[in-house]
Each structure stands twice: as C-alpha cells, then as structure tokens.
Design a protein around this ligand. Structure first.
Ligand code: C2E
Ligand code: CA
Ligand code: CA
Ligand code: CA
Length: 279
C-alpha cells in the first residue's frame, strides 16, 4: 500500500508542476514567437551524386528562443500541431521559403528547387492550395520550383480529399514527395493512386547501412518500388561514404545528409552557392 500512496503523491509533486508550467510557458512564448519574428529557416542541400550538383534545398525551421537559444523542431513542432499554431507557423514557413528562394534565383543560383515540410493539419484545416499559390504569387515564382514534403500519416485521413488536393497542386506545377517513407505503417496500395513525385527513404533505414542487412534489404526494395512505379527518389540521413555508394550502386542518385552538408543558415548557403561547391 505504501507504494500506491507514493504513486499518487507523485502526481502532485513539484516536478510535475514544473513540467506543466514549462509547457504552458512554452505554449505562450510559441504563440508570440511569430509576431516577434523568432523563427528562422535553415536549409539543407539535396545532392545528385552523379553530377555532384545541388538539386534542391530543404527548408527546416528553427526557433530562436529568447532564453533557451536555438530550438530544433522536435522541441516545438509537436506542440504547434497540438495547439493549432502550426497553421500560422506553417504559413510563415511557406512564405519565407518562397521569399528566400526568390532571392537566390535573382542571384542566379539556377536549377535548384526548394522543399518545404507540411504537417498533416495543414492539409486538414485549411485550403492549402490557396495558401501555397498566394505565396508563389506574392514572390512571383513558378510552382514548378516548389516541392512539398508530406508524410504517410496524411494518407490515413480522407484519401479522396487528399488525392484531389494533390491533383490541384500538380496542376500548378508543384511537386509533392512522401517524407520518411517506409517509417509509417500505411498500406503500399495508396502509392498507385496518389500523384506523388518522389519518395524520401527514411533515415532510419539509411543509418543502418551497411551494419544491418535488413536495412539494406528494405532500402533496396524501396528503390526498386520507386523505379517500377516511375516515382523519383531521395535518400536522407546519408552520413558515410559506404551509405552513399550503396545507394548510388542501387540507382538512388539524389541524397541528403551530413556527408554533404548539415542544414545551414542563409549565410552558409550563400557561401555554398558562391563557392560553386560540387560534392
Ligand atoms: P525531416 O523532414 O525528416 O527532416 C530531416 C531531419 O534530419 C532534419 O532534422 C535534419 O536536420 C536531419 N538530418 C539531415 N541530415 C542528417 C544526417 O545525415 N544525419 C542525421 N542524424 N540527421 C540528419 P530537423 O531540422 O531537426 O527537423 C526534424 C523534423 O522536424 C523534420 O524531419 C520535419 O519533420 C520537422 N520539420 C522541420 N521543419 C519543419 C517545418 O517547417 N514544418 C513542419 N511541419 N515540420 C518541420
Ligand atoms: Ca522533410
Ligand atoms: Ca524525413
Ligand atoms: Ca522525420
């Protein structure tokens, strides 16, 4: 009995209180962060291993928290999704990525695309097509430079609705990729029906090449699946030469990961472009 007593005491412990208030505080500061312009985007190149050229830059959000410093998305995106703040924050991401991309285009960094991550809620709660088209118009950009990254979990929702949204994005030239592919538990049959352009092989498989034979088998299967369906591929989380050559040998030529570059602030990206860096 003493144990149970201890347990219920735990619920009211100062530690739990502290946790609760920390979260509440985070929620309040998150709410104000947009207004105070505390979010920034970093960008990570996707590289074609055969040409050594950058094919795309993926925008990844960070929060310059006034007290806690630079926070990574795992610290605040789940909260933003729970509270619905992901809608305005996600809208800002789309606009900011387009704005930055336009600047790069004007500087002559051509033939590079821009990739933006979308949360499932952004598909559910708003007219995502309008939001994206307005951002493109505002910055005078052609949709064909933009790629949206969605996760498999999106498909668990209203499939017919998702399909019609994807078709409308496609009509505007916008590309769509499935992020973290293979990590979810959705059925493969949806792939036939969804007009998606690329699969991003989840980094949990890539990280275990060549240590875990299962990771190699799954990666190889995803690559041949994409090839057979005529869908493009990107491998993410590529950190070693061994991983890169494994992927290259199996026909996956677009890669992203620390082996090439970490996500960089805009200043770092400009250096990368100016140096005409080839990988
Ligand atoms: P993700 O879209 O799967 O992005 C890849 C994550 O892996 C990024 O973490 C990136 O920094 C990291 N990464 C890249 N290369 C390597 C590597 O070689 N090794 C390892 N270990 N990691 C690598 P980050 O920036 O912390 O983002 C985490 C997640 O947060 C993203 O996963 C994405 O789901 C989400 N996220 C980021 N930005 C946004 C955004 O603007 N909107 C939404 N809705 N979600 C975002
Ligand atoms: Ca992504
Ligand atoms: Ca991913
Ligand atoms: Ca991920």
């Amino acid at each position: 009995r003493a144990k149970e007593g201890q347990k219920s005491y735990q619920v009211y412990s100062p530690a739990v209180h502290t946790q609760f208030f920390k979260r509440l505080q985070l929620e309040q500061t998150l709410y104000k962060a947009l207004e105070k312009r505390e979010f920034v985007l970093h960008y990570q190149p996707q590289v074609n291993i055969n040409t050594g050229k950058i094919t795309s830059m993926e925008a990844l959000i960070r929060w310059n928290h006034p007290e806690q410093g630079l926070l990574y998305p795992n610290k605040f995106i789940p909260l933003a999704e729970e509270t619905g703040l992901i809608i305005p924050i996600g809208g800002w991401v789309i606009d900011e990525a387009c704005r930055q991309y336009k600047l790069w285009q004007q500087k002559g960094y051509s033939d590079i695309k821009i990739s933006v991550n979308l949360s499932p809620n952004q598909f559910r709660n708003q007219d995502i097509v309008t939001v994206v088209k307005q951002a493109l118009d505002r910055h005078n950009l052609n949709g064909h430079w933009l790629e949206l990254e969605i996760t498999e979990s999106i498909i668990m929702q209203n499939v017919d609705n998702i399909i019609s949204i994807l078709h409308e994005l496609k009509r505007n030239g916008i590309k769509v990729s499935i992020d973290d592919f293979g990590a979810g538990y959705s059925s493969l049959s949806y792939l036939k029906r969804l007009p998606v352009d690329r699969l991003k092989i989840d980094q949990s498989f890539v990280v275990d090449i060549p240590v875990d034979p299962n990771a190699e088998v799954i990666t190889t299967a995803i690559i041949s699946l994409a090839h057979n369906l005529g869908i493009g591929l990107v491998a993410e989380g590529v950190e070693t030469d061994a991983q890169a050559s494994f992927l290259k040998n199996r026909g996956c030529e677009i890669m992203q990961g620390y082996l090439f570059s970490r996500p960089l602030p805009v200043s770092g990206c400009d250096k990368l472009f100016n140096g005409g860096k080839s990988f």
